[in-house]
Design a protein around this ligand. Structure first.
Ligand code: UT7
Length: 328
């Protein structure tokens, strides 16, 4: 079995900054409530006319440049997203076209927030036997046009963004390596976070739009409880598989959904806060983009260095959850 490593990272956030004060003007909320309950101070949102692949393509180009790999060399493109540009084709094929990655096979994984981790796990399987050499895995999401700006329980939470990694085979000891992956789902809990309209059950129609069924519905409180349990279990599982204790982790990158969830999970795992990478204050919850964006920023700022042991985990609609342990 070949070892897989991360050769390059990239990310892209829209330029438009939406601070908490914006919501104070349109709904019954406050900067104080949003900050203390979520840790979010601002988020980025696309301008009208922009789409997920715009951000994903820029993030991917940046990751390819860091890796020193040309788009033509890619064998595989996987985009973790539930907000592709169109219902069909996949965002993967759009990004393939825009990069000029002629020989890659491209597709999307709809696993909500852990979509990036799901993509990483799938790419690892494709690459382990050597039949696929170089892969691009992206987590990208445009949640801003899936949220109801009249629903204060959801609209303040989300933002847009995309992050990418380029994977290749590990060259040896001084090269990083994906050590362990865990991906899990529990479809019994699908109602906790869902977008009812626009699919085959309730197709697009004037009635559907009038009822607001194109918007994300979430039982935040319930999700919170499941998130803490699954994130802790998943991380413990993969550390145990490798015989690694939380004291050995250099950096922990949890899904950037809510600072309170991140703090509880880090505490239960025994990881000190100074080892937790946090971006939720400036981007909000960017779903599948949250981990690769935080990872890229930590790499580019020099916080994460080659050889560091990294733990990431995420949860989201499905419910889905998962974790990855890797040496960068
Ligand atoms: O990526 C996976 C996606 N899901 C998540 O990350 C969600 C995880 N859940 C959460 O992050 C939290 O549950 C929320 C941030 C969504 C909500 O925080 P909470 O501490 O669980 O608040 P709550 O839902 O229990 O609501 C407490 C109160 C309620 O008022 P009453 O019933 O106590 O009078 C809400 O109506 O806060 C009210 N509230 C707000 N108040 C001001 C809800 N949203 C807002 C708001 N501004 N934006």
């Amino acid at each position: 079995m070949k070892k897989i490593t991360i050769k390059g990272t990239g990310s892209c956030a829209p330029e438009r900054v939406v601070p908490n004060s914006y919501f104070e003007k349109i709904i019954d909320t406050s900067d104080e409530w949003i900050t203390t309950r979520t840790g979010i101070k601002e988020r980025r949102m696309i301008e009208k006319g922009q789409a997920m692949s715009d951000l994903a393509t820029l993030a991917s180009a940046s990751a390819l440049q860091m890796a020193g790999i040309s788009p033509e060399e890619l064998d595989l493109i996987i985009i973790g997203t539930s907000t592709a540009d169109m219902v069909s084709p996949s965002a993967g094929c759009i990004v393939q076209h825009r990069l000029g990655a002629k020989k890659a096979v491209a597709f999307d994984v709809n696993a909500a927030c852990p979509g990036f981790i799901y993509g990483l796990a799938i790419a690892q399987k494709f690459m382990q036997d050597g039949s696929y050499g170089k892969a691009l895995v992206v987590g990208g999401e445009i949640i801003s046009n899936r949220i109801d700006f009249k629903d204060r329980s959801t609209c303040v939470l989300f933002g847009d963004g995309a992050g990418a990694v380029v994977l290749g085979h590990s060259n040896g000891k001084d090269d990083g390596e994906i050590l362990s992956m865990d991906i899990e789902s529990d479809g019994d809990l699908w109602r906790l976070i869902h977008v009812p309209g626009g699919g085959s059950r309730i197709p697009a129609s004037h009635e559907m739009l009038n009822e607001g069924l194109q918007y994300l519905k979430m039982q935040g409180n319930e999700v919170f409880k499941h998130a803490v349990r699954t994130l802790v279990d998943s991380a413990n599982k993969i550390m145990a598989q490798q015989g690694i204790t939380s004291g050995e982790i250099d950096w922990f990158i949890p899904h950037q959904a809510n600072i309170r969830i991140m703090e509880v999970v880090a505490e239960r795992l025994g990881i000190p806060t100074e080892k937790v990478i946090i971006t939720v204050h400036k981007y909000g919850n960017t779903s599948a983009a949250s981990i690769p964006v935080a990872f890229d920023e930590a790499v580019r700022s020099g916080r994460i260095r080659k050889g560091d042991l990294i733990l990431v985990n995420s949860f989201g609609a499905g419910l889905t959850w998962g974790a990855a342990l890797f040496r960068y």
